[in-house]
Design a protein around this ligand. Structure first.
Ligand code: BDR
Ligand code: CA
Length: 313
């Protein structure tokens, strides 16, 4: 199995991604690390613990992460997308387990450095913990297997501003650090996740499954489905975070191109991810970097095959 750490702000589509990874049997999930985004960090931690309890996987540790981005402003968590509780307003009972005492960033560093070349990071929220881990131990850039993150919008508009995708927007400085670091990083942004859409009929299959994980997903989904339907003006759910798991399960289903990716860190376009191919001349020195600084930008997918794989799991 692939060793992964999921960094998450659960979150409805985070929930789908975590359970997809668990049920696939293809991963050794070393831990969940938590961050603000869809909810505040302490609630993200409670949700991570609750999700593991529902799945019967309290053996997987949860490490709590940063509560604020690298710089102000902090925009807070919107209650109308994932629910005030991040779980579709289900207001689940308190978990019976607790987070470990290590910080998310320290947990990430310790795991990667203990198993060089083996650990894949899967960030599904703002990139604060990942950037903090890079600062704590820069050698994780060489020791990590790869980073496969959900975030960004290279050639399509944003979803939280005209420029920015939400995860990048919430900590643009962290995102700039993570996307320009010399490691193997794959960006699964709106370029592809706005194509990987599930229909109401497909989503209905969660409720038809007897698995506790599928049943939980079917309960948290309705609020998120309504939000997406209203913002799209038609039915169909963007499966943002789970697309990272589909990519790890079968990268051959995706179209990927290498780009230099830089992030706007201030102003009206804060959080905008610019992608620049290396064979195009630019007078800006920042655009002349080695291949280790390039980002694998995912641009397309075989959507029927991706959805079939996810629903089968
Ligand atoms: C991202 O933002 C969050 O709302 C989702 O969980 C996903 O990680 C999509 O822009
Ligand atoms: Ca998320």
């Amino acid at each position: 199995p692939q060793k992964i750490i999921i960094d998450t702000d659960p979150g409805v589509d985070d929930t789908m991604a975590i359970y997809y990874a668990l049920e696939s049997g293809a991963f050794d999930i070393l831990g969940l690390t938590t961050v603000f985004g869809n909810v505040e960090t302490p609630l993200a931690t409670l949700n991570a613990l609750r999700l593991l309890e529902i799945a019967g996987r309290t053996d997987i540790p949860v490490a709590q992460g940063a509560t604020r981005p690298f710089a102000e402003p902090y925009f807070g968590a919107p209650a109308h997308i994932h629910g005030a509780d991040g779980q579709g307003d289900l207001f689940l009972p308190a978990p019976s387990t607790q987070a470990i005492s290590l910080s998310a960033a320290q947990f990430i560093v310790d795991q990667i450095m203990a198993q060089p070349g083996e650990v894949t990071l899967v960030p599904l929220g703002p990139l604060t913990n990942i950037a903090m881990a890079l600062l704590l131990e820069p050698q994780i850039a060489q020791a990590v297997k790869q980073v496969v993150l959900m975030g960004g919008a290279a050639f399509v508009p944003g979803n939280i501003t005209p420029a920015a995708e939400a995860n990048i927007f919430h900590d643009a400085i962290a995102a700039e650090m993570v996307l320009s670091a010399p490691w193997d990083v794959t960006m699964i942004g709106l370029d592809v996740t706005h194509q990987v859409i599930m229909s109401d009929e497909e989503l209905g299959r969660y409720g038809a499954s007897a698995k506790a994980t599928s049943q939980h997903i079917s309960k948290v989904l309705p609020l998120y489905i309504n939000f997406t339907r209203e913002s799209r003006g038609k039915p169909g759910l963007y499966t943002h975070d789970p697309t990272t798991i589909s990519y790890l399960l079968n990268p051959a289903l995706f179209e990927v191109q290498p780009y230099l990716v830089r992030v706007e860190t201030e102003g009206f376009s804060i959080g905008k991810t610019w992608a620049w191919p290396q064979n195009v001349y630019s007078p800006l020195a920042a655009f002349q970097v080695g291949p280790e600084h390039l980002v694998n930008v995912v641009l397309g997918a075989d959507v029927p095959a991706v959805n079939a794989m996810m629903l089968a799991t």
